[in-house]
Design a binder for this molecule. Structure first.
Ligand SMILES: Cc1cc2nc3c(=O)[nH]c(=O)nc-3n(C[C@H](O)[C@H](O)[C@H](O)COP(=O)(O)O)c2cc1C
Length: 196
């Protein structure tokens, strides 16, 4: 009897939100990419908003007469992802305009998308004030925010520029819990694909 084992690879996009010169939160995005790859949890890609350089919001993608290739590609990547990790800095208690730009740009692509949020600051609170406003916007656009936190205080002191955690064991332990919740939501959603 032929036993066919099919591995279904989970696909995860990491949105690195900061476009700031000398940004630190990108280190956290790099860390998550490494973590997912090292633990063979799925395929993973960083969608780096500093690279995309989207213009300030003009209109929702579906209503744009001539959307750029970059916008279409970004939208397709979000649509094709099983889950998304957003790494966001905290700016004056909120999340950056670069991130709002892409939340508003898309619509159906966000629907029921499992989205896990990691917040970053250089202070001691790890950007936790961002959570409520970002979560609200994502809820409003019908994404599925994962009930897990990954706050990163003092980002420049706990990760190096390549995204290596200075205390790998402790950080990996926290990441495991965070990613586990994302994976649970992805799995739960896959069981509901027949439902509308
Ligand atoms: C405009 C601006 C506002 C900030 N506001 C806050 C804040 O409200 N709370 C906080 O903990 N850190 C705040 N910070 C510090 C950032 O969290 C810190 O610089 C972090 O590294 C930002 O991420 P980034 O380096 O990836 O841009 C602020 C930084 C900037 C540039």
């Amino acid at each position: 009897m032929l036993i066919l084992i099919v591995f279904i690879m989970v696909s995860i996009s990491i949105i690195s939100s900061s476009v700031r010169i000398g940004r630190r939160s990108h280190r956290v995005a790099l860390y998550f990419k490494k973590y997912i790859e090292q633990n063979q949890l799925g395929s993973v890609e960083i969608l780096d908003l500093q690279q995309y350089q989207f213009p300030v919001f003009e209109e929702r993608l579906r209503l744009q007469p001539n959307p750029s290739e970059k916008m279409l590609s970004f939208a397709n990547k979000i649509a094709a992802s099983d889950g998304v990790i957003i790494v966001t800095p905290e700016y004056n208690g909120g999340y950056p305009a670069s991130l709002k730009n892409v939340v508003d740009l898309l619509y159906n692509e966000w629907h029921r998308k499992p989205v896990a949020i990691s917040t970053v600051s250089d202070g001691i609170y790890g950007g936790t004030q961002v959570i409520t406003s970002l979560q609200f916007s994502l809820w409003k656009i019908r994404a599925w925010t994962v009930p897990a936190m990954f706050p990163v205080p003092s980002a420049d002191k706990v990760f190096d520029e390549k995204g290596n955690a200075l205390n790998k064991e402790k950080t990996d332990k926290r990441a495991a819990l965070f990613i586990k919740e994302l994976m649970w939501c992805i799995k739960a959603k896959s069981k509901m694909t027949e439902e509308q």
